[in-house]
Design a protein around this ligand. Structure first.
Ligand code: NCD
Length: 370
């Protein structure tokens, strides 16, 4: 990981003293937390393929805890500071749950109006203060670059939970983790992937991060389906092409989704438009429902969406009539988010090899209905 290292004295001290040699040589003899402990997670550019594999391996090992077969107290006493300045359901709760599932505590605030930022406090001061009583921080903010700015003043590792239209790295990691698992069921790997990204590719930070992540793999083809005004930023298309990804851009759904393994649908990011009327021009433009899916897609094409899908009449980019289609992976995606975020926390806090050492049986009924 080239960038995003927590530079402060406290971070350095943590890496040097608290994580010490075990960070270099994990209990299983793997080269491990050295690459992650004390690092911020701000954008996908900081990861190489080996690090992505490492995150996925750790995420795999989190499954028994996420599924309540076991529990672990490896982060007992640790505090996550969670600051979400934009609406969020799954990202905020899944980061919080991931930290709780590792035995840590979560202190959170939502919305500018509930913080001292509403009184004029700077991101710098907020970061200095919050990092004084947290062990890690996750932050979502409407401005691109703001989480990096915050992180540069933080004394503890910061994870970007989405900064404006820029990036959403943990979402891309959980998306790719899901892609890997869905394709494995079809005897395929990520190399050779054919994916369509559909919808608001201009403002959608999840597709920005996912595009960057795909550059780490080989033989990938990406078809970008969007209205001309909501195209993927040219810089990201260039990055993909420079990495030998075969990129096709179209504004025709039927051209984009016919020969792919994954259709990744996205919501029109109405909060990033000048006015509601501007966003309404595009809402409902690309709808996937069961009949369109059956007519256009190859059998067993996986259907994904970062969620929330817009289920209001006039939008419905992913129709409810797909809910019983086994190829709909959207809730497997959100379930996987907890695994991947547990992996990220355990890696940046240098405990990924100790999770099982602090494990116990669960005391309560863990039956799930389906
Ligand atoms: C996405 C986001 O916030 O960027 N949601 C999420 O975190 N899963 C996508 C969206 O809001 O459309």
């Amino acid at each position: 990981m080239g960038i995003g290292k927590c530079q402060s004295f406290r971070c350095q001290r943590r890496i040097g003293l608290e994580y010490g040699l075990s960070a270099q040589f994990g209990a299983r003899g793997e080269k491990s937390a050295l690459n992650f402990a004390g690092h911020h997670i701000l954008g996908i550019s900081q990861f190489d393929r080996g690090e992505v594999d490492r995150i996925f391996d750790v995420a795999d090992r989190m499954r028994p805890y996420a599924q309540r077969e076991r529990r672990t107290t490896v982060l007992e006493g640790a505090i996550l500071g969670s600051m979400f300045f934009e609406p969020s359901t799954r990202t905020r709760i899944s980061f919080g749950s991931a930290f709780n599932l590792l035995g840590g505590h979560v202190r959170e605030t939502t919305g500018f109006e509930n913080t001292a930022i509403a009184k004029g406090e700077s991101l710098y001061d907020t970061a200095r203060v919050l990092s004084g009583f947290s062990d890690a921080i996750v932050m979502r903010h409407p401005t691109a670059g703001s989480v990096s700015e915050f992180a540069s003043a933080s004394r503890v590792p910061v994870i970007n939970g989405g900064d404006g239209a820029n990036e959403h790295p943990s979402q891309a990691l959980l998306d790719l983790y899901t892609i890997r698992s869905e394709l494995a069921d079809r005897q395929r790997g990520i190399d050779g992937l054919r994916i369509a990204m559909v919808g608001d590719l201009r403002f959608g930070r999840t597709v920005h991060s996912l595009s960057r992540l795909l550059t780490r793999f080989t033989n990938v083809s990406v078809s970008l389906v969007s209205p001309a005004e909501l195209k993927m930023p040219a810089e990201l298309v260039d990055e993909m092409r420079q990495s030998r990804i075969d990129v096709v851009e179209t504004d025709q759904l039927e051209l984009g989704i016919t020969n792919v393994d994954i259709v990744y649908s996205t919501r029109i990011q109405e909060e990033r438009f000048e006015s509601q009327a501007d966003a309404d021009l595009y809402r409902g433009r690309f709808r996937l429902n069961q009949s369109i899916y059956t007519a256009l897609c190859e059998p067993n094409t996986v259907i994904m969406h970062p969620l929330p899908r817009d289920s209001r009449k006039g939008a419905q980019e992913l129709d409810d009539d797909l809910n019983d289609d086994p190829n709909l992976a959207i809730f497997r995606q959100s379930d996987n988010g907890v695994l991947v975020r547990m992996a990220l926390f355990s890696l940046i806090l240098g405990v990924s090899d100790q999770v099982d050492d602090y494990s116990k049986p669960v005391n309560w009924s863990t039956e799930r209905r389906f």
